[in-house]
Ligand binder design. Sequence first.
Ligand code: 3EB
Length: 341
Amino acid sequence: MLQVEYLPLERAADYMKRAGPGLLGVLGFPAVPAGFPDDVATACVAAANLRPGGAGALCEIWSSRDPVGSGTEGDIRLAIAGDFLFGVLSVAEGDGGLRAAAGRAYRDIFALLERRGFPHAVRFWNYLARINEEEGGLERYRHFNLGRGDAFEAAGRCRPESIPAACALGTEAGDRLTVYFVAARHAAQPVENPRQVSAYRYPPEHGPHSPTFARAVVYPAGGAEMLFVSGTASIVGHETVHAGDVVAQTRETLANLGAVFAEANRVSRPGAFAIGEASFKVYVRHPEDAGLVRREVFAALGPGADAHFLRADICRHDLLVEIEAIAYADAAGGGPAAGSP
Ligand code: 3EB
């Protein structure tokens, strides 16, 4: 079993001490606390924390109650615990450009997963600079899709049942491609959204290679399943809806999340995943929209929702907001208690 916690920087260092040897990885938006042990996989992602009234970073901390082994292979920092392999890679794009960098990154990751015996990709997070800028007549997100697609095809990973959950966001600085991921020993169950065309079947108007991700993935770990929900946006069918209206986009996104949770419960078991008990990262394109987005999110998910807000570019220029989620199955005992590593 994996746990994830989202904490402001000033609380993350404390949490890290309590997590002790069970720590797998730490992501900092945009910074991680000093003093992490060397064997913990970390990366900083240039996305500002939109916590109201507070500057400071948001830290995403992955831990496990299972014994953790860690290592480095090439550009990949990895940690293994129980059924799961957690990995982080952050590379300069280099002269070959984004398509080549994405292709290399994913080929290296897939080779690692096969070698280490965790062949099932569950969830990828992708962060790249200037995601909506054009290079050579093609948007950089679309270059990224080409490179990622090259690697999925080379690895024979394009069957719908082996496509992982994912997100792809634009960062504020640098020319680095940062990818972190969860892979597993056993196959996961992909979940699609009946309100949306599967992303891997988007028509060519959205780019020369469709994005390789499932709307969500359920990892079937006995009575302790986890649900990884991909970045979810204001898309119905395959088209953006409510261009220019951040409130309507947020509501549509929440409706899509509701549909994904319903579908996850249909493919696993009734009531397994409760949206109100999930954890969320909310990406907002324009920082001045953060207040409106917060209001909609807490109105829909409840005032106590575990939702964290970051400034990032979304992978279509007309999308203003994107939300991802993680949930634990509501098994006997209710999953891990908040704050206990
Ligand atoms: C969408 O639904 C919005 O390229 O990995 C969401 C989640 C989006 C993942 C990806 C893109 C990705 O198409 C964008």
